[in-house]
Design a protein around this ligand. Structure first.
Ligand code: ATP
Ligand code: MG
Length: 878
């Protein structure tokens, strides 16, 4: 059975059992501060478990892209070394939201594995939760009894809290679970060691494949458990591990999920997979990491310097390090792998293929940058080698940490390079530095968040913001969040006109007003599906009725900018082409920012054209056509483009300004008619990342203000020029005149210099067979001083020349000697100029025949010629 068939059979099995099959959510999590990436099949459904929102269907199944590289579930360091943990993997899952429970879930999993997939029963083990006294949790007798009716009792193992009580994160839904493990060893191996003893013992051929979690609790911030409003089933089966079991392989990497990637890497590297453990690890790291990198980017997370972007950057760098060190790839290569992956995954996750050239460009650019960094790091190590040798042949902890921190060299890489150079690394010292940095960032980001205080349970907020700016509301829950620098409250209302930051549009601000008081709303944010009103204090009377009032003026500016962003998007696609896709946006009351995929600078001409199209649409006063809750298929038929990395429900909101022009899926606030935008003006165009351009623009009064400013400046120029027509002609003429004058001036100065030279030649004085000239001269630049010195050298033999001059208000001295005086009489211009520079409180140097000095004291210049004469006399006599 190939992997595509295995995946399909899973989905079909649960579809036949009334499960709705849904597509995978994007990997990147947007509205949840506790999670950066989806790390399990249940994460996109968190709200349903918590009862924040009803599930669209009581039974759901899917394959979900998961990433375990940060937070509670982080497998990154295992990846490549073992054969069954990945950064990005697919989790097959079936869910019951308050519907079926343990009996059905366990029976179905058994049926699917043993009958549909035909896994031999005598290779399977199951585990149930043994209970935990410290939390007062009983053993899962029910699961045990269900299993006993299907499988021999000695194959049912008791598991502790670590293995059999599943938690998504430090807080959130959780519950006891029952795992299924498979023993893939050979018959001989199995005869020697009982498989039972290898379950949960990190054995590469005795691995967990499926976990059935029975969600019953919510873990609160204070660590306590409370019962969830309903009981749910959450199951997760590792797709790649399942393929290994069904295809009878000993490693996930030997299945058809990874082989195309592995073969491609091996061929390009000129090696054979399976011959050398270190090389194999590197190949596995690359085959694994490209999946995490490519899918994260196609889901909208570009590598960057902070947060989720930094996690992706680190994964990419880990892959480059291994390929650089063990496979000798010194040029970008990973980006090529993305194409192999895209072909392979086209039918399951088409988003990668659809954006392949963009994704490749981003990866290649990152690889290039990191390869340069690696090289610089290696140079740094080379440069410090002598120092390490003196330091008892050891790279000190501080340097090792600097390499890690600024050059991305992890300790193992530094140690490897050190070994090649016959050096050691002070690993303890490195650990100390690392710990110190961790403490610094822990202190900076420490935040304390209280649990929700529920005023009214089970209330789903009604959002009124599309029609209203004001509403009567009640608080349904609140909590306090403290960081080192501030303390704030998150307030959730039963009804609200406040728009929470999302889709690039900033959150609303305003007031919650009761009879007794007025609380300022500083911002509005989303957390999953909760709308959080952020305030700096709590109302005295939590249960009062509040008039919630959005800052209307500000919102009006925001909505103009948001609608203009849609018009801009449409115009860009018209002018630049259909490859233009939104890659990010920011809309606030001042500007709009739009990032989009495009591979070249947008020319001024194209920008004008875009601007003109948008302003034309503004003048046409096109009415807003808003459709809420239409099926996504219908929206796509209207021409609305779904953005990659955006999570859409079955029903969506469509915003159109003329269906033939601009149709978008959007949850934001818009003008009723494009005429309200007034005027649209592009402020700048720039590059943000490989293949991504950014346009900043503004509308209405601030666009007007901007134009006003530009005109004012122009008028000021007109005023100065004293002309109102052909300004650029006038400026050009000025520039030309200026150039001509400059030339004249130069010629004049050169002529003067010649005259000066001639007079100096006349002044030459003979001291013991040497032609000595020392003068304070009048020249305007250091270049002229130098020219004068060199001209003199041409004109006079046996020359000792000392020139002193004030240039731009500062004293300068130049000493020039004929070559024969340097070689035969052992004079040295550098030494002489240093001695003379004392007169001007300065210093200098140069070559033996020519040297210069600068100083601080111009008044000393006049003394220089006499001092020079003395100096020469002593030097020559000596
Ligand atoms: P393990 O103990 O092997 O790390 P887990 O207990 O972390 O597994 P769960 O969180 O229960 O796993 O996830 C459900 C299933 O997802 C597992 O049974 C396994 O098949 C799969 N899985 C978990 N982590 C990974 C990973 N990093 N790579 C591939 N598959 C995984
Ligand atoms: Mg794990």
């Amino acid at each position: 059975m190939n992997s595509a068939e295995i995946r399909q059979k899973f989905l079909d099995f649960f579809a036949q059992r009334q499960h709705q099959i849904v597509p995978s959510a994007p990997l990147v999590v947007k509205d949840d501060p506790t999670l950066m990436f989806i790390n399990s099949g249940m994460a996109p459904f968190k709200d349903y478990f918590l009862g924040n929102k009803p599930a669209p269907s009581k039974r759901i199944a899917d394959t979900q892209k998961c990433l375990r590289v940060s937070g509670k579930h982080n497998d990154l360091e295992e990846v490549g070394y073992d054969t069954y943990h990945h950064t990005m993997f697919e989790m097959l899952g079936n869910w019951s939201f308050g519907d079926y429970f343990k009996k059905e879930a366990l029976a179905w999993s058994w049926e699917l594995l043993t009958e549909v997939y035909q896994l031999p029963k005598d290779r399977l083990y199951v585990s149930v939760f043994q209970g935990d006294d410290s939390e007062n949790l009983p053993m899962d007798q029910e699961a045990f009894d269900i299993w006993k009716s299907m499988i021999a009792e000695d194959r049912i193992l008791m598991g502790n809290k670590k293995d059999n009580f599943w938690e998504m994160g430090d807080t959130g839904p959780c519950g006891p679970c029952s795992e299924i493990h498979v023993d893939l060893r050979t018959d001989e191996e199995r005869a020697q060691v009982d498989g039972k003893t290898l379950v949960n013992a990190d054995h590469p051929q005795v691995v967990e494949i499926w976990n059935n979690v029975f969600m019953e609790f919510n873990r609160l911030a204070d660590g306590s458990l409370v019962k969830l409003p309903a009981q749910h089933v959450d199951t997760g089966m590792g797709f790649e591990r399942l393929c290994m079991a069904i295809q009878g392989k000993r490693s996930n990497y030997d299945t058809d999920v990874f082989q195309p990637l592995i073969q491609f890497i091996a061929k390009e590297a000129g090696v054979v997979y399976g011959e050398n453990e270190q090389v194999d690890i590197a190949i596995r790291v690359m085959a694994d990491h490209i999946r995490a990198i490519a899918f994260a980017i196609s889901d909208g997370q570009l590598p960057s310097n902070n947060k989720a972007g930094y996690v992706i950057r680190r994964i990419l760098r880990r892959a480059v390090r291994y390929s650089f060190t063990f496979l000798d790839f010194k040029k970008p290569f990973l980006y090529k792998l993305a194409a192999v992956l895209a072909d392979q995954m086209e039918n399951v996750f088409p988003e990668l293929k659809a954006q392949l050239s963009f994704v490749q460009r981003v990866i290649e650019e990152e690889e290039n940058a990191f390869l340069r960094t690696l090289e610089n790091g290696l140079k740094r190590l080379d440069a410090l080698e002598a120092k390490f040798k003196e330091n008892n042949n050891t790279i000190d902890g501080k340097t090792a940490f600097e390499l890690y921190d600024t050059f991305g060299f992890p300790l193992d890489l530094t140690a490897l390079i050190a070994r090649e150079k016959g050096l050691k690394v002070d690993e303890a010292g490195f650990g100390v530095e690392m710990e110190q940095q961790k403490n610094r960032s822990r202190n900076a980001s420490a935040q304390e968040q209280s649990d929700w205080v529920i005023i009214q349970p089970d209330v789903e907020t009604e959002f009124l913001g599309y029609e209203h700016d004001v509403a009567d509301s009640h608080i349904v829950r609140y909590r306090q969040v403290k960081t080192k620098s501030k303390s704030e409250y998150h307030i959730v209302l039963d009804r609200t006109p406040f728009y929470a930051e999302s889709g690039g549009q900033v959150g609303d601000t305003g007031y919650l007003i009761s009879n007794a008081e007025q609380i300022e709303v500083l911002d509005t944010k989303k957390e999953n599906d909760l709308i959080l009103h952020i305030t700096s204090k709590l109302p005295q009377n939590i249960e009062a009725t509040f008039r919630s009032e959005v800052d209307f003026e500000r919102r009006n500016l925001i909505r103009k900018n948001h609608s203009a962003t849609h018009l801009l998007h449409a115009a860009l696609r018209k002018v630049l082409g259909e490859h233009v896709q939104q890659k990010g946006s920011l809309v606030n009351e001042k500007v709009l920012r739009f990032d989009f995929s495009h591979f070249a600078k947008v020319t001024d001409e194209q920008l004008r054209e875009v601007e003109n199209i948008v302003n034309q649409r503004v003048r046409q006063a096109i009415p807003l056509e808003e459709q809420r809750n239409i099926p996504i298929a219908e929206a796509k038929e209207m021409g609305a483009m779904a953005l990659f990395g955006e999570k859409y429900g079955e029903f969506v909101r469509v915003i159109a300004f003329d269906r033939d022009h601009s149709v978008e899926l959007c949850g934001g606030i818009h003008v009723h008619n494009t005429g309200e935008i007034g005027y649209f003006k592009i402020l700048s165009e720039s590059s943000v990342a490989a293949g991504v351009r950014r346009i900043e623009a503004t509308t209405a009064a601030s666009a007007e203000e901007y134009m006003q400013q530009q005109l004012n400046e122009l008028n000021a120029v007109r005023e100065v020029l004293g002309t109102h027509s052909n300004i650029s002609g006038a400026v050009q003429k000025l520039q030309e005149d200026n150039k001509a004058l400059q030339k004249q001036l130069e010629q004049f100065e050169l002529k003067q210099l010649t005259t000066l030279k001639e007079s100096l030649v006349q002044k030459a004085q003979s001291i013991d067979g040497v032609n000595f000239v020392a003068e304070k001269v009048d020249v305007s630049t250091a270049d002229y001083l130098k020219k004068l010195a060199f001209d003199m050298r041409q004109a006079v033999d046996n020359l000792v020349l000392v020139l002193a001059a004030e240039i731009d208000g500062k004293p300068q001295i130049a000493v020039m000697l004929s070559d024969n005086l340097v070689s035969d009489r052992k004079l040295n211009a550098s030494q002489m100029v240093r001695e003379l520079a004392k007169e001007i409180k300065g210093g200098g140097g140069g070559q033996p025949f020519y040297a210069t000095a600068g100083g601080k004291d111009t008044s000393g210049l006049t003394a220089v010629p006499a001092k020079a004469a003395e100096l020469v006399k002593t030097l020559i006599n000596a």
